[in-house]
Ligand binder design. Structure first.
Ligand code: HEM
Length: 141
């Protein structure tokens, strides 16, 4: 009757990692792995139980099934079920570009790097304008 709070609900942090090549090798009915949102799932035991049928899972076996999974508009329950089949993550080298934390870091450092580069010339220009104006006023008076 106790609650099962732990239950392996947490996704693995930092692996184990699998390359897409390794995932692709598990695309038979005997062993069926697929990728959803950068995570690797072993759905071999789930083939018989999937309400959408085993065919769709076999079609996606060994590949990134994110789009197909999302297109169906799976329920909250379905998302919860995912956790039971989670075995690891896609190796960072094989992650699709876009939405990558690595890139965010690069963009961020660029932004930080550009600020002083812009501010300093602007400040100098401001001083220059002020000096010229003061000079003109002095000459005129
Ligand atoms: C481990 C991965 C998956 C889990 C746990 C899962 C779970 C479920 C569940 C619980 C349902 C019942 C409806 C719902 O609650 O949303 C369902 C339906 C369905 N699933 Fe999946 N699914 C998975 C992967 C996929 C993939 C990769 C496809 C690819 C096309 C797919 C296609 C479908 C379809 C077509 C239905 C039937 C929808 C309907 O009859 O309205 N599922 N799935």
């Amino acid at each position: 009757m106790g609650t099962q709070e732990a239950g392996g609900a947490e996704p693995p942090q930092g692996g184990p990692f699998f390359t897409m090549d390794e995932v692709a090798k598990r695309s038979t009915g005997k062993e069926t792995w697929l990728v959803i949102h950068g995570r690797v799932y072993d759905v071999t035991r789930f083939l018989d139980e999937h309400p959408g049928g085993e065919e769709v899972l076999l079609e996606q076996a060994g590949q990134d099934a994110t789009e197909s999974f999302d297109d169906v508009g799976h329920s909250e329950d379905a998302h919860e079920m995912l956790k039971q089949y989670l075995i690891g993550e896609v190796h960072p080298d094989d992650l699709k570009p876009g939405g990558s934390k690595l890139l965010d870091g690069v963009v961020d450092s660029h932004r930080r790097g550009r600020r002083p580069g812009l501010d300093v010339p602007l400040l100098c220009h401001g001083c220059e304008v002020l000096l010229i104006r003061c000079g003109k006023q002095n000459v005129g008076s």
